[in-house]
Design a protein around this ligand. Structure first.
Ligand SMILES: Nc1ncnc2c1ncn2[C@@H]1O[C@H](COP(=O)(O)OP(=O)(O)OP(=O)(O)O)[C@@H](O)[C@H]1O
Length: 491
């Protein structure tokens, strides 16, 4: 396993003279336009200063990344690239060579068009072609019919953009960093290639591991895996306390094991769970998993998955540069897949900011937002909508189909927290709404949310955009216990 930090973009030298026309075309769409970097820029603010600084290293890497856009470097540095050897310099050889070259160019062009159509941005060498349809899975990759049947049963007609690109990348045996909006079908994007590659049920040991930051998400992912694997006898297991107590983990036979980092790392340590045969490791909501509290456990899982040909992948709707840098130290020749603009909120969520003034004002504003919204009340009465009062524990990954509005009662702690919270609505192509209450205490941090809103096309008052960007600080509201039933005296 390599330990350098830069192999993702290694070998991306580029003949600028030769591809001058293409460079001009691609320059119109610089990498910086594709990535909204507020997540990383917050982390790069010098402590004690309010100015955002962009390091030289970052600029250099961005430059390298922008040169690794769809196709050109692929052609240039591909192992399959055409090398005119002495033997090939015969007429016949050159003829074959130019035919082959033409074929490759046509394929690259078709890939490029498809990626543009679905807002897919890739970096890396020899990136597999995006899927034109789910049908490509059987015609190109020999997918068994049960999986396509399951897609149809679940009502999935077309692959979503992340599925179009991440599935072929993983099927071609490459490691992958993937960043795509909330609710855009990332689960299927990492589960399907696993099912296709694992083919038949395990006879011994654990073959694939999916790590999720919360127990609720791990349970949901297990359900999704089982739905997709229906018709094939895979052993898909959620690592629960019960499983740990009732099973000899040294003999666990499992195709896909889903767990939270703490549970898995303790099973490795205390119950001698062997992960040396694991062929696939997915870190879902990877930026959360790479946060300080979990990093030790992730490290022990990554170490335990010692199979040298393991394929690791990272999926999230938010992927700060710091996480990519860290992940790059463990990943090999990874492909980076970004859908739309990196670290942006889902465009199908209509986001609003509501000034509530004070803590008490928030409760009033909450009540008002329901009194004003007759339809919502009617829908609620009819059981069409429901209210879920939640903390950040279910802010990530949870897929509740009926949720059409998220209210951020307390201001989120980070842009990532905001993006994931509001992403509980507006999923799988449906529209949603997000309302964020803010008080006087929150005003210094408003600009951070406003940036996310503006980047996903929502209107933001110009005075908010004129505020200074500030490093995000945790500032928990201080309040008495609250009642959702109005006081009689208030009426
Ligand atoms: N190809 C598809 N066509 C239609 N719906 C799909 C497709 N793939 C997945 N879905 C549905 O989209 C919804 C969201 O998928 P999923 O939970 O995987 O999103 P996600 O990208 O992981 O979101 P988050 O970042 O919030 O975790 C699910 O209800 C899933 O069943």
């Amino acid at each position: 396993m390599e330990k350098t930090a830069s192999f993702l973009f290694a070998g991306t030298s580029f003949n600028k003279k030769k591809y001058a026309d293409e460079i001009t075309r691609f320059k119109e769409k610089k990498e910086t336009e594709n990535e909204v970097d507020y997540l990383s820029s917050f982390e790069r603010v010098n402590p004690g200063s309010e100015e955002v600084t962009v390091s030289k290293k970052k600029r250099k890497r961005k430059q390298a990344a922008s040169e690794a856009v769809e196709g050109f470097n692929v052609f240039k540095s591909s192992k399959k690239a055409l090398v005119i050897s002495e033997e090939n310099k015969t007429d016949e050889g050159e003829d074959n060579l130019s035919k082959e070259k033409k074929k490759i160019n046509l394929k690259l062009e078709a890939d490029s068009i498809l990626r543009k159509q679905y807002n897919i941005h890739v970096s890396g060498n020899n990136v597999a072609s995006p899927l034109k349809s789910f049908g490509d899975l059987s015609s190109v990759y020999g997918c068994e019919s049960y999986l396509l049947h399951n897609f149809a049963e679940l009502g999935f007609k077309e692959p979503t953009p992340i599925q179009r690109q991440a599935i072929p990348v993983l099927l071609s045996g490459r490691e992958c960093f993937a960043c795509a909006p909330t609710g855009s079908g990332k689960t299927l994007a990492f589960v399907s290639p696993m099912l296709m590659k694992l083919k038949h049920a395990s006879t011994e040991g654990v073959r694939a591991v999916i790590l999720c930051p919360t127990r609720e998400l791990a349970a949901q992912t297990t359900r999704e895996c089982k739905k997709l694997a229906e018709g094939n006898k895979f052993y898909i297991k959620l690592l629960t306390k019960k499983l740990i107590r009732s099973t000899d983990l040294t003999k666990l036979r499992c195709d896909i094991l889903i767990s939270t980092p703490l549970r898995l790392s303790s099973a490795i340590k205390k119950r001698k769970l062997d992960l040396s045969r694991v062929e696939y490791l997915v870190l879902d909501e990877s930026d959360k998993l790479f946060e300080l509290g979990l990093i030790k456990q992730i490290d022990s899982v990554v170490k335990a998955c010692s199979n040298p040909s393991i394929i690791r992948s990272l999926f999230s709707a938010t992927l700060p540069d710091s996480v990519e840098e860290l992940a790059r130290t463990i990943m090999h020749d990874a492909v980076r897949v970004i859908i739309g603009r990196k670290n942006t909120a889902s465009e199908s969520v209509n986001q609003k900011l509501v000034f509530a003034g004070t803590e008490e004002g928030k409760l009033l504003a909450l009540r008002q937002s329901f009194q004003e919204r007759e339809n919502v009340v009617n829908d609620f009465r009819a059981g069409k909508t429901w209210v879920l009062i939640a903390t950040d524990v279910i802010a990530r990954g949870m897929d509740f189909k009926g949720v059409n509005c998220v209210i951020n009662y307390d201001f989120p702690d980070s842009a990532a927290a905001y993006i994931h919270r509001i992403g509980r609505s507006g999923r799988a192509g449906r529209t949603g709404e997000a309302i964020t209450f803010y008080t006087e205490d929150d005003v210094p941090f408003l600009r951070n949310i406003a940036n996310v809103m503006a980047a996903s096309g929502c209107e933001v008052p110009s005075w908010i955009m004129a505020l200074r960007k500030l490093r995000w600080k945790k500032h928990r509201p201080k309040r008495e216990s609250i009642l959702t039933i109005p006081d009689v005296a208030e009426e």
